[in-house]
Design a binder for this molecule. Structure first.
Ligand SMILES: Cc1cc2nc3c(=O)[nH]c(=O)nc-3n(C[C@H](O)[C@H](O)[C@H](O)COP(=O)(O)O)c2cc1C
Length: 215
């Protein structure tokens, strides 16, 4: 990651070992293509990498190549950071990060963040977002929920995080899983100030349409 704040947003994406690696791929593709985004730091837990392999069939012999394998582009603005490296840039509040999204977010990582355990880079980066009062979106993927999950969601919400469970909507008539996933990811990006042109918007009266950003 560049030391100085680049022109454009800097976003951290955390990928944990919850089902839904397809969400991580979708958000990275949109961030990669988004001209408002200068840099993306990608950090994945060990089981997160396992889920990327199981659900997407993507295994990077060289982890630095993971962003390109996920996006299908050169992914030049996305940097993969090893989860064990708690000394990486995003582990410090002085790093110029605008927002972080954990997608998908496991109940385990939710628990770690909710009590301030920061013993890997992903959890530390989330902890830093909270202490710096930066947007942190946690896309929890678990069902059903027990009391511990619900209490942890309340705790992180009180600390400033946005809990956005990985729950696609169906009111606009998605035709494919990819469509449902992309629309959910568009809603996540809107939460961090990156509304997408491909997002559907409800107009009332049973209609929805894709939103056009004002230029
Ligand atoms: C195939 C597979 C699917 C899993 N799906 C979920 C899930 O949807 N939600 C969840 O909270 N944990 C899920 N887990 C369990 C987590 O991976 C496990 O609790 C792990 O320790 C989480 O660590 P992490 O948050 O550091 O990735 C799954 C594990 C495996 C192997």
């Amino acid at each position: 990651m560049a030391k100085n704040k680049p022109v454009g947003k800097v976003i951290t994406v955390g990928v944990t070992g919850a089902s839904g690696a397809i969400y991580a791929r979708a958000i990275l593709r949109l961030l990669d293509a988004d001209k408002r985004v200068a840099r993306v730091a990608l950090v994945a837990s060990e089981i997160g990498l396992r889920l990327i392999a199981t659900e997407l069939g993507i295994v990077a012999a060289d982890p630095k190549k993971l962003p390109a394998l996920l996006t299908g582009t050169s992914a030049k603005k996305i940097e993969y950071l090893p989860n064990k490296d708690v000394g990486a840039s995003i582990a410090s509040g002085s790093a110029p990060v605008d927002a972080m999204v954990v997608i998908p977010c496991s109940a385990g990582t939710l628990a770690a963040i909710s009590v301030g355990i920061a013993d890997d880079l992903l959890a530390r980066a989330a902890d830093v977002c909270l202490k710096e009062r930066r947007p942190l979106v946690l896309c929890l993927r678990e069902t059903p929920l027990n009391r511990i999950h619900i209490e942890n969601m309340l705790r992180v919400t009180d600390a400033g995080a946005i809990v956005m469970p990985a729950m696609p909507a169906f009111y606009y008539g998605p035709k494919t899983i990819e469509d449902a996933v992309e629309q959910f990811v568009c809603r996540v990006l809107a939460q961090i100030g990156l509304p997408q042109e491909t997002q559907y918007r409800w107009e009332g009266g049973g209609r929805s349409r894709k939103w056009k950003r004002e230029t």
